[in-house]
Write a protein that binds this ligand. Structure first.
Ligand code: GLC
Length: 597
């Protein structure tokens, strides 16, 4: 994507060979891209704004389907939670400590000898019972599924793959074998429709046990050898148009995602599958959320996660996030607290850590940190209605949930290089602290009036400010003219929100917001089974009027009562709700009143 003089355009180079983009401008006055083979097949997205480019690019490559709500809650992972007891204990602790959680991820130790589509009978004697007990508490299990199938003549998946000719092979007909977690393994040839269908259908093993989400890993594919991947001379079937791995390497993970997502969708009887992937190609957003792979518990990696997720968003992947707390190396309380503050606002929010390093669940580093971490996991749940609406928008337009500042301010050159702060939607600024022992940071606020989310103080934009941020404080600023819904906190998204708050930050102009809700887990919204409430706010002669219209209520949310909170307005004004003057309560500089929709 290029942004020059406020004009944006994009190029999508659709070539699956190893390709290079040279973005240096110090020696030349042009950018270049090239590939090791294939056609120079590229598309121009004409813009003229960054959002137009996103719409154009995703009209070519596809958009993210609306994820299930539980996919947007807090996820806890570890390489690995190794036994059923450990998982039960973990959940008990979340509930005792009143920390919301929506999913527990099971890494490779749940399997029998790392054989995909199995559970280890001694570690997980009764997975069905575990999954249903957890579901009762509103928590889902997400097992990892890697592409490597263990070579074992007595293992049905291996048998079927060999018998039905579904594995990647050389042109001479011999199967490609590579070492991954299970040892010597064969790899499904996802370029072949029959293999994709077979693989998808195999997920019955999981869905029969009540599983609705899958984690795809090692799908570059990663192989433990010198090149770290499959031999480039492997000849993929490619549905009867054979091509080498040299050409199709980059779509292997994408096609595994397609096989898994479509298979899960068929099996889930109308429920939305959740899929997480490490690898992909342009368009992977149609199937999966992407996490940024094996980072480390370093402050620098926390900082890098911001541009990584912003760039994924600009690449059509609206649903992404890093391993919160860092994967490898030992995390610590301060790092985890700061990382969780950031994670609460990344589209995908999962704490994950590696074997042999310290455990990093929210309570592992003492009460002082636990309190902060809990506060921000809860904050995520408060913000879910707004995030959900942004996901809905992204599923329709391709414009990402988490945005670089230039996307909203393409004429403000000050925003072009900023990568240590970002916007959620168009009007909420998040500026995480990214260094140890630091309690102050610079924040750039573009032109206009901004509200400090925590204090309600008004700040004039068009300049840098210094935000003071003790450990429990994440700097958040809300642009005037914003309307923001806030849910009451629940233990997980399975527990329905029963009270909504609408925060209004009036502007001089009229502003409007469409609050969106649906059942959060089926595709019924495609048949108009959703709820939509328009809230329009006018601020004239010092008075504020709020007008609401229910646009659709085929789906009726559990919450009926709404508390409206008007910020930044003095109490000597009139507040009018749907044409009637309302009495309000004055609290900490805000004016609030209750209504039902
Ligand atoms: C890879 C994944 C990591 C996972 C590990 C074991 O390194 O990126 O997330 O924990 O494999 O499965």
């Amino acid at each position: 994507m290029t942004l020059r003089d406020g004009q944006t355009s994009g190029i999508f180079f659709d070539n699956t060979f190893k390709s290079t983009f040279d973005m240096r401008v110090d020696q030349t006055d042009y950018y270049s891209f090239k590939a090791e083979g294939g056609q120079l097949d590229y598309y121009i997205c004409a813009g003229p704004s960054p959002k137009h480019v996103m719409e154009q690019y995703t009209s070519l490559t596809g958009r993210m389907p609306l994820p299930p709500k539980w996919g947007l809650g807090y996820h806890q992972s570890r390489y690995s939670y190794e036994t059923e007891e450990e998982v039960r204990e973990l959940i008990k602790t979340f509930s005792e400590k009143d920390i919301p959680v929506d999913a527990i991820h099971l890494d490779i130790h749940y399997m029998n000898g790392y054989r995909v589509f199995t559970f280890d009978g001694s570690r997980f004697p009764n997975p069905e019972k575990l999954i249903s007990d957890m579901k009762e508490k509103g928590i889902r299990i997400v097992p990892i599924v890697d592409p490597g199938v263990k070579v074992d003549a007595e293992y049905p998946i291996y048998q079927e793959g060999v018998t039905n000719d579904l594995f990647c092979k050389y042109i001479e007909g011999n199967i490609f074998f590579g070492d991954v977690w299970p040892g010597k393994s064969a790899f499904p040839d996802f370029t072949k429709e029959q293999a994709r269908k077979w693989w998808g259908k195999k997920h019955e093993f999981y869905t029969d046990k009540g599983i609705e989400g899958i984690w795809n890993d090692m799908n570059e594919p990663a192989v433990f050898n010198e090149t770290k991947t499959m031999d480039v001379e492997v000849m993929h079937d490619n549905d009867g148009d054979p091509k080498t791995h040299r050409e199709l390497h980059n779509v292997y993970g994408y096609l595994m995602g397609e096989a898994t997502y479509e298979g899960m969708k068929d099996l889930l009887n109308g429920k939305r599958p959740f899929l997480l992937t490490r690898a992909g190609y342009a368009g992977v957003q149609k199937y999966a959320a992407v996490w940024t792979g094996d980072n480390r518990s370093f402050w620098e990696h926390l900082e890098m996660a911001i541009p990584m997720c912003l760039n994924l968003g600009l690449s059509g992947v609206a649903y992404s996030g890093p391993d919160v707390g860092g994967f490898a190396h030992d995390s610590n309380g301060e790092l985890l607290a700061r990382w969780t503050q950031f994670g609460a606002f990344t589209p995908f929010f999962r704490n994950h850590s590696a074997i042999e390093f310290v455990y990093q669940e929210p309570w592992q580093f003492g009460e002082k940190y636990e309190e902060v971490i809990k506060k921000y996991i809860q904050l995520r749940y408060k913000w879910l209605p707004h995030l959900y609406k942004l996901f809905k928008d992204a599923s329709e337009t391709g414009v990402p949930v988490m945005r670089p500042l230039f996307m909203e301010y393409p004429n403000d050159e000050e925003t072009y290089q900023l990568f240590d702060q970002f916007l959620i939607g168009s009007n909420v600024m998040i500026a995480p602290v990214l260094r140890p022992g630091v309690n102050d940071r610079m924040v750039y606020l573009p032109e206009g009036v901004w509200y400090d989310y925590w204090t309600g103080d008004k700040l004039e934009g068009g300049k840098r400010i210094i935000a003071h941020a003790e450990l429990d404080h994440l700097p958040i600023y809300v642009k005037s003219g914003t309307i923001l819904p806030e849910a009451n906190v629940k233990p997980s998204t399975a527990h329905e929100v029963d009270h909504m708050t609408i925060h209004i930050y009036p502007d001089e102009a009229s502003t409007s917001y469409d609050l969106y809700d649906d059942d959060g887990e089926t595709f019924n919204y495609e048949q108009d089974d959703y709820f939509s409430l328009n809230i329009t706010v006018n601020h004239e002669d010092g008075n504020v009027s709020v007008d609401t219209t229910v646009n659709n209520q085929q789906y009726q949310p559990k919450w009926k009562d709404i508390t409206y909170v008007v910020h930044g307005i003095s109490s000597d004004v009139q507040l009018v709700y749907n044409g009637q003057k309302v009495d309000f309560e004055e609290r900490n500089g805000t004016l609030s009143f209750n209504k039902s929709w």
